[in-house]
Write a protein that binds this ligand. Sequence first.
Ligand code: DQA
Length: 145
Amino acid sequence: MTSILILNGPNLNLLGTRQPEVYGATTLSDIETMCQKYGDSHEVEIGFAQSNHEGVLIDHIHAAKGVHSGIIFNAGAFTHTSVALMDAIASVELPVIEVHLSNIHAREEFRHKSFIAPVAIGQICGFGAQGYLLALDALTAHLAR
Ligand code: DQA
């Protein structure tokens, strides 16, 4: 069975209470439940992880190789800063879809730059929690090619 890792970076554990006017009222646990339901109905195994630490996220990416077929990744603020996460993705050669709840291109200029985008197969942003389900559709279609 296809297995997809959904990986979330710093501060996303606070979803639901963190700036709800920007990120919505859905919690990370709600998002996990939505994704698990998607997995059950589409026969996709879903792994779910979150860390506030860059090195731990890198370890998750390394560990995904040979276990998962692809990764849906919201790297949070590390999106805009982390060459190390970009290198980790390039190293494992797994298809990655970059997700953001907010439309990073409509926000401050420092959020327009993504170190994940050049090594991702695509980016979904601005659709709130729904973006994770859009990414699951996109990644499963990509894997079924
Ligand atoms: C975010 C956007 C980032 O700029 C921000 O630092 C986050 C959340 C999003 O999902 O919209 O932590 O990745």
